[in-house]
Design a protein around this ligand. Structure first.
Ligand SMILES: Cc1cc2nc3c(=O)[nH]c(=O)nc-3n(C[C@H](O)[C@H](O)[C@H](O)COP(=O)(O)OP(=O)(O)OC[C@H]3O[C@@H](n4cnc5c(N)ncnc54)[C@H](O)[C@@H]3O)c2cc1C
Length: 453
């Protein structure tokens, strides 16, 4: 049986970056993917990527077929469509990608560094010996045969399926389940319009709790009068079917009259804080498998690539020391929390507020500038923002008996600060983890009980 240094499960954005990073260092890397090679990169996705994510990782800007459109910023519409925030900042400048070609380009980056790709190969579960992950059991979809692939390290980059993470021993203290209310059920279509949209420079986001409870609708421009349009709905309690909502409320808009369906489908987006811990003996969890998605806008391509890079670098060091224990891999947790996780966790508090906000609250909140375009920008950048509660706004909200919403907003800003500070103290080693995790759970229970009441 061939033995690899590293087996990466899943050739999405996280997996390709992980394979590229580890192969570049001369490690023997195997990338397993259940799709056929030519389908790698295809994904039900909004296809939007901020330019800064590529810059931070030293990756080239998309320029060939993988680039559909350059984007100058985003527009966010209040539920009554009366207020529009336009956010234009270098961090919101980016691209609408051809997702398959972008994925193929990333795959080539990994292959060029020497990673071996085994496509049409389904990973079934991790192989565990003496408390260490030492390989994976895979099924060759061409022959139907099952084989074990041995290795020193497994990286779970299988996206929302999290095929390895779900089958790890409890002792590793990696959450195996993600609660439904932390996941958005999405439906998305690529459509050919009869003519180009009026604004082809901005990604449009529409808030509306009636149509998309706990989520939003997006319409993103692509090349040649095509759009990527879809919606996400929080899977909390009894929630409406995303495809039905899309057909009933979105496709009936004049914009889509006479449009043609090019492709469509459903998938899930884990919009929450990162897993508390992403490493165990011989194993690291990346990308969507570790819930590394921006909780507010659901963007996960950037953080998934970052996790592939950071986990890859950590594994290179661990293998140099011939120590792949949880302790030796722990710095991946620390680095990710510092670079993106603390911001993600702060925004998760904001998401909890949005989950139960009513459309009227959002209309007034945006209309009376309790939150401004600049606040949205700062929140998006992970910076602190203050509430602009003017006397007029207070009077209006008192008159409307919406003072509770005002107080909830204040509480949210306060809790976001507490959560970010807590993540700034992420433990340096596993020994301190339990105490930190208990405090995390207490903070989020408090946020839920106070903001969702
Ligand atoms: C509808 C929707 C819209 C989105 N819009 C955006 C957006 O506009 N911008 C953005 O940045 N993010 C967006 N996201 C999130 C983004 O798509 C993900 O965060 C990102 O793709 C995560 O990358 P990943 O590599 O972790 O997982 P994935 O891209 O899901 O890759 C996982 C790979 O693992 C493979 N795999 C799974 N199981 C197995 C198995 N058992 N064996 C072998 N292979 C397996 C899969 O085939 C896949 O290739 C959106 C998500 C959804 C659902």
């Amino acid at each position: 049986m061939e033995k690899f240094d590293v087996v990466v499960v899943g050739a999405g954005t996280a997996g390709c970056l992980a394979a590229k990073t580890t192969a570049e260092a001369g490690l023997k890397v195997c990338l397993i993917e259940r799709k056929r090679k030519e389908g790698i990169g295809e994904k039900i996705c909004g296809d939007a990527l901020g330019e800064h994510h590529l810059k931070n990782l030293g990756l080239e800007k998309p320029q060939g077929g993988e680039l559909e459109k350059r984007i100058e910023g985003i527009k966010i519409y209040s539920p009554d469509l009366k207020t529009v925030f336009t956010v234009e900042h270098e961090d919101f400048v980016g691209y609408l990608l051809n997702r398959r070609l972008f994925g193929q380009w990333l795959l080539k980056e990994a292959v060029d560094e020497g990673a071996v790709v085994l496509d049409y190969m389904l990973c079934l579960e991790p192989v565990i010996e003496n408390g260490f992950v030492v390989g994976v059991l895979v099924k060759d979809l061409k022959t139907g045969k099952k084989v074990e692939l041995g290795c020193k390290m497994v990286m779970d980059a299988s996206g929302f399926s999290a095929v390895v993470r779900r089958k790890l021993p409890e002792k590793m203290e990696i959450e195996d389940k993600v609660p439904n209310e932390d996941v958005e059920a999405c439906y998305r279509e690529i459509r050919q319009l009869k003519q180009e949209t009026e604004d082809t420079k901005h990604c449009e986001i529409y808030l509306n709790q009636r149509i998309t409870p706990g989520g939003y609708t997006w319409i993103f421009p692509k090349s040649g009068a095509k759009v990527n349009a879809g919606l996400g709905i929080c899977m909390r309690g009894k929630f409406p079917n995303p495809k039905n909502q899309f057909y009933k409320y979105i496709l009936t808009r004049p914009l889509f009259e006479g449009s043609l369906l090019l492709s469509g489908g459903s998938w899930y987006d884990p919009t929450r804080r990162p897993l508390n811990n992403m490493v165990g003996n011989g194993v690291a969890i990346l990308g969507d498998a570790a819930c590394l998605v921006n909780p507010i806008h659901g963007g996960g391509i950037g953080p998934s690539m970052l996790s592939g890079y950071l986990a890859g670098k950590t594994i290179i060091e661990a293998l140099e020391k011939s120590d792949v224990s949880q302790k030796s891999l722990w710095s991946y947790n620390c680095k990710y929390m510092e670079m993106y996780g603390a911001k993600q966790a702060g925004l998760d508090v904001f998401r909890i507020l949005l989950l139960t906000s009513r459309d009227e609250d959002l209309n007034y909140g945006m209309g009376y500038k309790l939150l401004t375009d600049e606040d949205v920008l700062k929140a998006g950048l992970g910076e602190e923002f203050h509430l602009n509660i003017t006397e007029t706004a207070k009077r209006v909200f008192r008159g409307l008996k919406r003072i509770r919403f005002l107080n909830k907003l204040r509480l949210t800003v306060n809790m976001m600060k507490q959560v970010k500070a807590h993540y700034g103290n992420y433990p340096d080693a596993p020994e301190e983890f339990r105490k930190w995790r208990m405090r995390t759970e207490a903070l989020f229970e408090e946020a839920q009980s106070k903001l969702m009441e």
